[in-house]
Design a protein around this ligand. Structure first.
Ligand code: NAD
Length: 258
């Protein structure tokens, strides 16, 4: 039997990059995959190309009301949620703190921090309702483990995600009431090809591209599949004694200074 057979799994920001690959891999492993995204055409194209078992729900995670409506839809349609990958996120405009733009700060915090918080809250609520436990993976970043300059909002947002992961993991590790445990972990990817590092972006700024390679000990970009391997493991029954970790998937970026 496939690892996620008939499990109801949610992926936010699932129509591109890492989120898309995780959605496809869960679907290949038998899951009922719900994808949240803002671009309805892209989302419906994806759901049509995967077919049965993939359900796109329009949802801007910066809008708590849209999130609440989408979770009501999940509850009405499936009555349960087994796994969630909170992946939707954006980077900040490059600027030092003094030069950074408050509107951009607010946008990054709204999507990365508030979006993850509101989704997490609803995911836990639904999992607690069924009492059957579950597994959640949030998306941090290597920059949320070892900060970089020029990205104050992004670094702060990812460190907030680490904190939310740890607090929720402690609160639900034993289950609540008669319920089974809900495990909450995070992945902290290093530079990954695709998504935020599309070919066009990498070609447009070769110096920045080389810097991203140089900061890894392995001297290469990772792939969305290498992140998906870790996400699927953390969501699966293979990691039942793992909760509260922020797992670097970063080619050795966070291992030390070199
Ligand atoms: P991506 O841009 O392809 O993925 C982000 C997804 O989130 C997109 O589908 C985007 O449309 C969606 N999204 C953004 N704002 C949203 C909103 N308000 N509501 C709903 N969806 C929204 O890039 P990616 O590289 O696949 O990044 C995925 C995650 O991985 C992000 O959280 C990012 O911070 C993190 N990450 C990526 C890298 C990398 O090198 N690619 C490194 C570290 C962390």
């Amino acid at each position: 039997m496939s690892a996620f057979n008939n499990k109801v799994c949610l992926v936010t920001g699932g129509t591109s990059g890492i989120g898309r690959r995780v959605s496809e891999r869960l679907w290949e492993d038998g899951a009922q995959v719900i994808v949240f995204g803002r671009d309805v055409n892209k989302g419906e194209q994806m759901a049509n190309s995967l077919g049965r078992g993939c359900h796109f729900m329009p949802c801007d995670v910066a809008d708590p009301e849209q999130i609440a409506r989408a979770f009501k839809d999940i509850e009405d349609t499936y009555g349960r949620l087994d796994c969630a990958f909170n992946n939707a996120g954006i980077t900040a405009q490059y600027a030092s703190v003094a030069d950074s733009c408050p509107d951009n700060w607010q946008q990054v915090i709204n999507i990365n921090v508030n979006g993850t918080y509101h989704c997490l809250r609803h995911e836990l609520g639904l999992m607690l309702k069924t009492g059957e436990g579950g597994a959640i993976v949030n998306t941090s970043s290597c920059a949320g483990v070892m900060p970089i300059g020029g990205q104050v909002a992004y670094v702060a947002s990812k460190q907030a995600i680490n904190a939310m992961t740890q607090v929720a993991s402690i609160e639900y590790a034993e289950g609540a009431g008669a319920g089974r445990p809900i495990r909450v972990n995070a992945v902290a990817p290093g530079p990954i090809l695709g998504g935020m590092n599309s070919n066009e972006r990498l070609k447009a700024s070769p110096k920045n591209t080389q810097r991203k390679i140089d900061v890894t000990a392995m001297k290469r970009f990772g792939t969305a599949d290498e992140v998906a391997n870790a996400v699927l493991w953390l969501l699966s029954e293979q990691s039942t004694y793992v909760t509260g970790i922020v797992m670097p998937i970063d080619g050795g970026y966070a291992a030390g200074k070199f």
